[in-house]
Design a protein around this ligand. Structure first.
Ligand code: HSE
Length: 436
């Protein structure tokens, strides 16, 4: 057996992911040593309650409540506590002591990423976070390394399993939102506060991480436009299906050329439910799975697909990072810092252009369609398709209007004018179309 140097690994947190990581470190010691070029010694596991029940049977003597002491002298610190504090303080302590940090904490990085990467740079350490976006799916490494010689134009991600589960069941079974949310909670997909899932906060954190990497730009969480899915009802899902679409909560990170943006090259980062054409690969992402569709200038279209959550699945991504950190430690030299060299401006949602589908209930009488068309034309919104169905004879008709690309601000002003026009009974829905 090769005589490897030993690296000391500290694990902070032993929840669903942490306990699996500890189990893998203990079970696969020899194999990991061969891959990492160093023996990875699990020095201890810092937890709040050493006697709590865990998913994996772990030696009791590894547990400690003293995270600070465990960090001292560690080469690699794995932070799987989640949330902002004490995770933030402990990560800074770990970096300050010269350790590399592996974390799955999307909230932490989306909130304090700049400070954390700065702290890592100062000591030449690295921060690895493959598990922070889209669970088991390798997407951070492809964006950081594999596509480093390419130029990413756009990312469209289904990065929240809870909302994909809910929307998928609504689409395939005509289920109601509330019932599916209860199911997602029971199945353990949702965050402890499911508002984070259904209002798009979780996806927004992941979008900030992906966009920062893809566009070499610091993307603060508050610059990510965010909308949730609580207003999506079975009628909207049904209408989408009839028009050849499926509704998905998407994280969209987009590079805008100088021609698309009056202030020169810029980016847009946004999370919202969107209509995705049935034939698009993202439409085939079912259940709680995640997928990230990347459009790169040279590579073309790529899709990364798999489990976006789950203890053992996410532990796989964490372990990949641990091995990378160990290899870097053995090779020596400075860690690869986060690049914000482009620091492109982030445009507000009002300046984004997309296609839309507007569903209206209108008075079914002579001239109404012409009035609607007139308002759209005055608002610089060009009509691509129109589909009218009579709901009540001589009363109300449903009008589904597909638009060409329009500026968000123009579109929302136009929808307001339609609602006030006197011919529209109800604006049923306004959804962006992505991926066609
Ligand atoms: N609640 C998250 C989800 C877990 O539903 O995707 C993974 O971040």
């Amino acid at each position: 057996m090769t005589d490897y140097r030993t690296l000391r690994v500290a694990l902070l947190g032993a929840g669903a992911v942490g306990s699996q990581v500890a189990g893998l470190l203990l079970r696969h010691g020899d194999e990991l040593a061969d891959r990492a070029g160093a023996r990875l010694e699990l020095a201890g596991i810092a937890v709040r309650d050493p006697d709590a029940e865990r998913d994996v049977d772990l030696p009791q003597e590894l547990f400690t409540t003293d995270a600070e002491s465990l960090i001292v002298g560690s080469d690699i610190v794995i932070e799987l506590i989640g949330g902002l504090e004490p995770a933030y303080r402990l990560v800074l302590e770990a970096l300050g002591s010269g350790a590399d940090v592996v974390t799955a904490n999307k909230a932490l990085l989306a909130t304090y990423g700049a400070e954390i990467f700065d702290a890592a740079d100062q000591v030449g350490a690295s921060v690895y976070y493959e598990a922070a976006a889209a669970g088991a799916i390798p997407i951070i490494r492809p964006l950081r390394d594999s596509l480093a010689g390419d130029r990413v134009r756009r990312i469209m991600g289904i990065v929240n399993g809870t909302t994909n589960y809910i929307l998928d069941r609504m689409d395939t079974e005509g289920a109601e939102f509330a019932a599916m949310l209860t199911e997602a909670k029971q199945l353990g997909y949702a965050e402890s506060d499911p508002t984070a899932d259904v209002e798009g906060f979780d996806a927004a954190q992941k979008a900030a991480l992906l966009a920062s990497l893809a566009f070499h730009t610091s993307v603060p969480l508050e610059r990510v436009h965010r909308e949730g899915i609580t207003h999506i009802d079975p009628a909207m899902v049904d209408a989408a299906r009839h028009a050849g679409y499926v509704i998905k909560l998407l994280a969209v990170c987009e590079r805008l050329d100088a021609s698309d943006s009056p202030t020169g090259e810029a980016i847009s980062v946004r999370v919202y439910p969107a209509l995705v054409p049935r034939e698009h690969p993202l439409a085939a992402v079912h259940g709680a799975n995640n997928a990230v569709f990347v459009e790169a200038e040279a590579a073309g279209d790529l899709m990364f697909y798999g489990a976006g959550a789950g203890g053992i699945q996410t532990a796989s991504a964490v372990m990949g990072d641990v091995v990378s950190a160990a290899r870097r430690h053995m090779a020596g030299g400075l860690g690869v810092g986060e690049s914000t060299r482009a620091n492109l401006p982030i445009v507000p949602i009002g300046r984004v252009t997309t296609k839309y589908q507007i569903t209206l209930e209108i008075d079914d009488r002579t001239g109404v369609l012409a009035t609607v068309a007139g308002i759209l034309s005055e608002g610089r919104v060009s009509i691509a398709t129109v589909d009218q169905t009579v709901i009540e004879d001589g009363g109300v008709a449903r009008l589904v209007i597909g638009t060409h690309k329009a500026v968000e601000q123009d579109l929302s002003d136009t929808v307001r004018r339609l609602a006030d026009s006197g011919v529209v009974e109800r604006v049923v829905s306004v959804l962006r179309v992505e991926g066609d």
